[in-house]
Design a protein around this ligand. Structure first.
Ligand code: NDP
Length: 279
């Protein structure tokens, strides 16, 4: 029987274990989320992050700057948060307005407070196998693979997608767990063939149901990172779920799979950053 990996339940357990650890501390770890402009999806994400952080016992605050904020003003705001001893984690919500370079904003965050794990110093540490802050979504996927009791050492892992925020760090984490890793992307010559070799298949593409059921090896673990909003308002993943279900040993649904893990891992990163700064 295929195991359906319940990301909502795993994320809830992780959040309550973080809350229990925070309850033992003599301080509240601080998370600051910076939002610029009025991107509607960002508004929902930021509210969800703020609520989850407060519920788990973090001191959470959102700094909402107007669309007209200049890059220099945003960098000054980030510098102030870097210097603020009450702030352990800083997250700059993407996308930023077009006149602000997101690389500049990401690089301005103190790597010790970079709870998104996007700063080149943290990306470099991950690529070098050194400890550092790891991007939240791939970190969440590693939790889900542990939940599914995936045997990672020696497994063939295929990651479809090579973005800085999901695909690349995902591949690094799987490599660090001793998988043999292939990274596939839009120029991959035989994507179905690459996917069929995977014991662990991670889809992070952003194209609804692109990965067909017959691309999934019998007994593979399938992790679907994709979140695609369809014209009817429903969410679909990058994997054709109903087709893949009978072939996979374990699979994440969309919604309710990887999605809920991202915020839980943001909180996990914030607690880690807080403890590391005080060590
Ligand atoms: P990007 O658009 O940054 O990257 C997409 C990747 O998919 C690129 O590497 C691209 O290749 C590759 N790709 C595009 N088309 C194809 C194709 N036809 N065949 C093979 N590869 C292809 O997306 P993200 O990494 O930011 O996000 C991926 C998905 O994950 C999205 O649906 C997003 O919404 C979701 N997501 C979910 C999160 C969660 O919390 N669950 C968090 C973050 C993202 P190339 O590099 O060659 O262009």
């Amino acid at each position: 029987m295929t195991q359906i990996i319940d990301g909502k339940a795993v994320a809830a357990r992780l959040r309550s274990s973080l809350a229990a650890r925070i309850a033992q501390l003599s301080f509240k770890p601080g998370l600051a989320v910076v939002r610029v402009g009025e991107d509607p999806a960002s508004g929902v994400y930021v509210r969800n992050k703020d609520r989850a952080a407060s519920e788990a016992g973090f001191a959470s605050r959102t700094i909402h700057l107007p669309e007209s904020t200049t890059e220099a003003e945003l960098l000054a705001q980030i510098a102030a948060l870097n210097a603020d001893p009450g702030v352990d984690g800083i997250l700059v919500q993407l996308p930023l307005p077009k006149h602000i370079r997101s690389e500049a904003a990401i690089a301005a965050v103190d790597p010790a407070k970079d709870v998104d794990g996007f700063h080149p110093v943290n990306a470099g540490k991950l690529a070098s196998g050194l400890p550092g802050l790891v991007p939240c979504t791939p970190r969440g996927v590693m939790h889900l693979l542990a939940e599914a009791k995936a045997k990672l050492s020696g497994a063939r892992a295929v990651v479809v997608g090579r973005s800085q925020i999901v695909g690349r760090p995902m591949a690094q984490l799987l490599l660090g767990a001793d998988c043999t890793v292939t990274i596939a992307h839009s120029r991959t010559a035989d994507l179905p063939g690459e996917c069929r070799r995977a014991d662990i298949l991670v889809a992070a593409v952003g194209r609804p149901e692109m990965i067909r059921g017959d691309w999934v090896r019998e007994g593979a673990m399938v992790i679907d990172v994709g979140i695609n909003r369809m014209p009817d308002g429903k969410l679909k993943g990058d994997v054709a779920y109903e087709e893949a279900l009978p072939r996979a040993a374990a699979i994440t649904p969309v919604p309710g799979g990887v999605g809920p893990m991202t915020i839980a891992c943001l909180l996990e990163n914030t607690l880690e950053a807080a403890l590391a700064r005080r060590a």
